[in-house]
Design a binder for this molecule. Structure first.
Ligand SMILES: Cc1ncc(COP(=O)(O)O)c(C=O)c1O
Length: 338
């Protein structure tokens, strides 16, 4: 297998260190430094393996144009991880602990960071390890909180290429009360509809529009844009509050676009494709242009099917910010040694 992050599948390579804190009797303990990357040994009756007591985060460290390293929106990702841990009913760690686990893991794996457009993808994870297969109705009280680092190239093989999106109006991605939780169970629930859409429509992603209310794909938020306006779904508890989404909303305002956060029907997506642009946003995907929308049984080309000028403008502005080629007016970059 290749160890080149630009040809290896996204997320399949790892640094050689990790940070691990243990949860025992409601208390987290962390030795205070990274350890060698190694397998865990776990009881086959561990809570996570039966009752899905797991959640995670995804953020990135980028090599800056001056050679330093910086993590993008560290504290926002820490806050979202805290919320996810709370929602799986596990004792919530001090946010400062999650922050230290991330910083120490990135520092220890810094030499694995590829040059842009590559980055070091960071994966904070919690798993419940209580060995009790009778504990379906009680939360895990033992667990591991750990941070892996993975050198990555492009999320979508082929770099910036227009994606095909299938709009799913019947099957939901997950349950509404778990929409904001970055829990593994959500992703496995979205897998069936995603594989169906790949097979039947050549789709790269499914955009979930349950009950004609378009929210997000299996791994990203979505935007409509034209020369004047940027539109995305208003926040509520039914979908993940993307940190890239928030960055795009803020940056679009800075760039002079009018920003609308409101409901978007599947019909509006099809209509918008006739005159505007569509793109997806996420830490892994960054900004991914959509070239074709399959909606209501029809395949609709977005513009001329190629990445639009506004999508590329927003993507370039975000990329410049990620890699330190633009000022950081909102304080989104956290420097890390290495
Ligand atoms: C379901 C889902 N929606 C949206 C996003 C985008 O979130 P972010 O921009 O914070 O990566 C992700 C990626 O983490 C996701 O998994």
């Amino acid at each position: 297998m290749t160890d080149d992050p630009f040809s290896a599948p996204f997320g399949s390579l790892f640094g050689d260190k990790m940070t691990v804190a243990r949860l025992d009797d409601g208390v987290y303990s962390y030795p205070g430094e990274a350890q060698p990357f190694e397998n865990f040994s776990m009881h086959p009756g561990a809570h996570v393996l039966h009752y899905a007591s797991a959640c995670f985060e995804g953020l990135k460290a980028h090599r800056q144009s001056d050679g330093t390293l910086a993590i993008f929106r560290l504290d926002d990702h820490v806050a979202r991880m805290v919320n996810s841990i709370d929602q799986i009913q596990v004792p919530v760690p001090d946010p400062a602990l999650i922050r230290s686990l991330i910083l120490d893991s990135v520092e220890a794996n810094a030499s694995f960071t590829p040059e842009p457009p590559g980055s070091l993808y960071i994966r904070p994870t919690f798993i419940g390890t209580t060995p009790n297969i009778g504990a379906a109705a009680s939360p895990a009280d033992e667990g591991l909180l750990y941070v892996l680092c993975s050198p990555v190239g492009d999320y979508f093989a082929g770099g910036i290429r227009p994606l095909t999106i299938y709009v799913e109006t019947k099957t939901p991605r997950t349950t509404p009360q778990f929409g904001m939780v970055k829990s593994g169970a959500n992703y496995v629930m979205a897998l069936g509809p995603t594989l169906d859409a790949k097979r039947d429509h050549g789709a790269d992603q499914v955009l979930f529009a349950t009950g004609d209310d378009t929210t997000e794909t299996g791994a990203s938020n979505f935007f409509l844009v034209d020369d004047d306006t940027v539109i995305t779904r208003q926040l509520d508890e039914t979908f993940l509050h993307g940190i890239t989404r928030d960055s795009v909303v803020t940056m679009a305002q800075d760039l002079g676009y009018k920003v609308e956060e409101r409901p978007i029907s599947a019909g509006e997506l099809g209509e918008w494709a006739g005159h505007g642009e569509l793109f997806l946003s996420g830490t892994a995907a960054v900004i991914a242009p959509v070239g074709t929308v399959v909606v209501g049984g029809a395949s609709v080309m977005v513009g001329d099917g190629q990445p639009g000028a506004n999508t590329l403008r927003i993507r370039d502005a975000l990329t410049d910010l990620l890699i330190g080629d633009a000022p950081d007016p909102h304080g989104w970059r956290t420097p890390v040694a290495g």
